[in-house]
Write a protein that binds this ligand. Structure first.
Ligand code: OSB
Ligand code: MG
Length: 367
């Protein structure tokens, strides 16, 4: 494949409601889109970083900078810039996985469009639709939380994930369990606890949760292993799993028994698939996380979520859970599921008018 140039486009996407986690509140997503142009096709990649480095070290301006200065020039200089060549070509640049993922996804999209192959087909999907869960932010009060959860259950979401932090954990989980009975329920702490909180977190055991996601610091794999021995709720890791090697290490240490896979966090779909395979080989189930993506980022996530070891519902919610107007045709919930795109590449295109409406800036990097 040839690359003519790469566009870095910034868009501002107001969320339908503020999304609060233990690390901050997000109201307007500051999204960087990468568009790769080949002579015959274009390819899109959505960078999942936020405006501030609170979930991980990456942030939108930093991603734009590293792409512009290092990643894009290294890729456009390749004689044959195909997706499988990107990882090796960028291996010398440490970190910056979200930026790398956006570029690799855009190249893979352009490449697969040229070949007439969908992401689902390329990745090895085995399902035409995937079950959807929803991630529910920290609220001001328990009645407000119960209203939000009731609304999502009415829409058909198949599992509920509650964001927790110290001071917002046992009581909201108990309230949701008591009010809604036997629903599939899990929690996500985004690293808000420490090893000293083990006995506190064990109070969640009585609520029969599917999992607790990333209770401790991203770097504390041994702490997660210690915690896993003190609670009965399965530990799932998100932030800690930055590569297939990290997944193998975490599993070997006993730090987790379930893995959340986010392609942006791990440097792209090729590494995401390797994590899927490592986990499958160890009998560790995986599910597809989310980063409040637009339709452009959601489409390839839904394809990934259709791989065989994605046996738990993902944070792959319908477009309406995030945005009043998405930049693509909206993903809709049907019987609690999203349809896996089956057209070439990511299988969806931005609506030019909708995209222009939210565009803040654009720069073109010629090869
Ligand atoms: O930890 O999974 C997370 C959103 C932004 C940053 C981190 C996380 C999340 C979510 C939302 O939980 C998942 C989604 O619906 O996209
Ligand atoms: Mg998480």
């Amino acid at each position: 494949m040839k690359i003519v140039g790469v566009e870095l486009r910034r868009i501002a996407m107001p969320l339908v409601s503020p999304f609060r986690t233990s690390f901050g509140v997000e109201e307007i997503r500051d999204v960087l889109l990468v568009r790769v142009e080949s002579p015959d096709h274009e390819g899109w990649g959505e960078c999942v970083a936020s405006a501030e480095p609170l979930y991980s070290a990456e942030y939108t301006d930093g991603c734009a900078d590293v792409l512009r200065r290092f990643l894009v020039p290294a890729v456009t200089a390749l004689p044959n810039p195909e997706a499988t060549a990107i990882g090796p070509a960028l291996a010398g640049f440490k970190g910056h996985r979200m930026a790398t993922a956006a570029l690799e996804t855009a190249v893979l999209d352009a490449q697969l469009r040229g070949l007439g192959i969908s992401f689902a087909g390329f990745l090895g999907a085995v399902r035409h639709r995937v079950p959807s869960g929803v991630s529910v932010g920290i609220m001001d009060s328990i009645p407000q939380l119960l209203d939000a959860v009731a609304g999502y259950l009415d829409q058909g979401y198949l599992r509920i994930k509650l964001k927790i932090e110290p001071g917002w954990d046992i009581a909201p989980v108990r309230a949701v369990r008591e009010r809604f009975g036997d629903i599939t329920l899990q929690v996500d702490a985004n690293a808000a606890y420490t090893r000293r909180d083990a006995r506190h977190l064990a109070q969640l055991d009585e609520f029969d949760l599917l999992l607790i996601e990333q209770p401790l610091d991203e770097e504390d794999l041994p702490g997660h292993a210690l915690l896993a021995a003190q609670v009965t709720t399965p530990i799932c890791l998100d932030e800690s799993i930055t590569s297939a090697r990290a997944a193998a290490d975490a599993i070997e240490l006993g730090a987790c028994s379930i893995v959340n896979i986010k392609p942006g966090r791990v440097g792209g779909y090729l590494e995401a698939r390797r994590i899927h395979d490592v986990c499958a080989a160890h009998g560790v189930p995986v599910w597809c996380g989310g980063m409040l993506e637009t339709g452009l980022g959601r489409a390839p996530n839904v394809a990934l979520a259709a791989l065989p070891n994605f046996t738990l519902p993902g944070d792959t919610s319908a477009s309406s859970r995030y945005y009043r107007t998405d930049i693509t045709a909206p993903f809709e919930l049907v019987d609690g599921h999203l349809a896996v795109p089956d057209r070439p590449g990511i299988g969806i295109d931005p609506d030019p008018a909708a995209l222009d409406e939210v565009t803040v800036s654009s720069e073109w990097i010629r090869r």
